[in-house]
Design a protein around this ligand. Structure first.
Ligand code: PMP
Length: 338
């Protein structure tokens, strides 16, 4: 696979913005102010952030058992989806229902999108997908696994068949990987040069930081890096992310609690008449319920906001797993409105 040939010609000839950090005594090259705010003592608010987010990328790369050159940082993984589409263009193919930003960004950038329905178990429908990959030759295929909003991981063997068949890049978006415990695609990066993995800190307690990562071969990282805005992840986010990633125990205990609460909530929902929760590998439960639109409104009138997904799948809602107290309140309210 020649990654260079996959890149849009206008990007191929582009050079990345040069914002290296040159060691010096007095830094007077970037039109910064010498006066910052002292509200955040550990951060030099008057200086631009590290454009390469070196400390953060190094730490994240170590956790992923890859090199820092294989990691690119984004202002959330949303931004990396956008950068990928800017770099390679379309057609952009993805199964539906799925995370809506793949389609929104592709369309906003004037690229063709190809939407392929999932099968009845919300898994990839190879019978539909493989012929389309052959005939339409998409530059990018986005696979959210675990999938938002359905909550399940796609079968690994189906994803691998798609990676093998595709002449473009296959992006496995693992935004919810922490809750699935499955870690099958990072180790495959060395084997498949057209595989890209997306991760984010948003679902594990750091959504406010807007920090996501793309993990891929160096040649893909270098091309996408050309379209990344130089200071896309701010200093505050870089610092808090580094400090939090160093405190693994705290992160892990939050994840463990969400997984155990998901199991408990699921058990209770299964017992309810008219409610059909789907298996979940994520931090939410997708469920079918008769009269979903009206249940949604009634839950809200009790103060519980879930996501109304009836536009994507008829009579379906999505509930995020919260604290034990929040989940108990949701379950109690759902029982009442039923
Ligand atoms: N991918 C998927 C599948 C998501 O559900 C989300 C958030 N809803 C994102 C990516 C974007 O995450 P962020 O931009 O916060 O990193």
């Amino acid at each position: 696979m020649d990654i260079n040939k996959l890149v849009k010609p206008n990007i191929r000839s582009l050079r990345a913005y040069q914002a290296e950090e040159v060691p010096c005594k007095v830094k007077l090259d970037a039109n910064e102010s010498p006066y910052g705010t002292t509200v955040l003592k550990s951060i030099e608010t008057n200086k631009y952030p590290d454009p390469e987010a070196k400390a953060l990328r190094k730490l994240f790369a170590r956790d992923c058992k890859v090199k820092a050159e294989n990691v690119l940082h984004g202002n959330g993984s949303d931004e990396l989806i956008s950068c990928l589409i800017t770099t390679f263009g379309g057609p952009v193919l993805y199964p539906v229902p799925t995370f809506s930003m793949y389609g929104i960004i592709a369309q906003a950038q004037g690229e063709k999108k190809i939407e392929v329905p999932l099968d009845k178990h919300f898994d990839i429908d190879l019978g539909k997908m493989l012929p389309l990959i052959k005939s339409r030759n998409p530059k990018l295929i986005f696979l959210s696994s675990p999938n938002n909003p359905t909550g399940n991981c796609y079968s690994s063997d189906r994803i691998i068949k798609i990676i093998k068949q595709s002449k473009g890049l296959v992006i496995v978006d693992e935004a919810y990987q922490a809750f699935s415990g499955k870690n099958e695609f990072l180790p495959l990066l060395k084997k498949y040069r057209n595989l890209v993995v997306l991760r984010t800190l948003s679902k594990v307690g750091m959504a406010a930081l807007r920090t996501g990562f793309m993990i891929a071969g160096k040649e893909v990282v270098d091309e996408v890096n050309k379209v990344r805005l130089p200071f896309n992840v701010n200093s505050l986010s870089q610092k808090v992310a580094v400090d939090t990633l160093q405190k693994k125990a705290q992160l892990r205990s939050g994840i463990r609690s969400i997984i155990s609460e998901r199991k408990k909530t699921m058990k209770e929902m299964i017992k309810m008449d008219r409610v059909g929760p789907y298996p979940s590998d994520a931090n939410f439960i997708f469920f079918k319920v008769d009269g979903a639109g009206s249940i949604f409104k009634k839950l809200l009138s009790k103060g519980v906001l879930v996501r109304n997904m009836t536009g994507a799948v008829e009579n379906c809602l999505r509930v995020t797993i919260g604290t034990p107290k929040e989940n108990a309140f949701f379950l109690k309210s759902l029982k009442q409105v039923l």
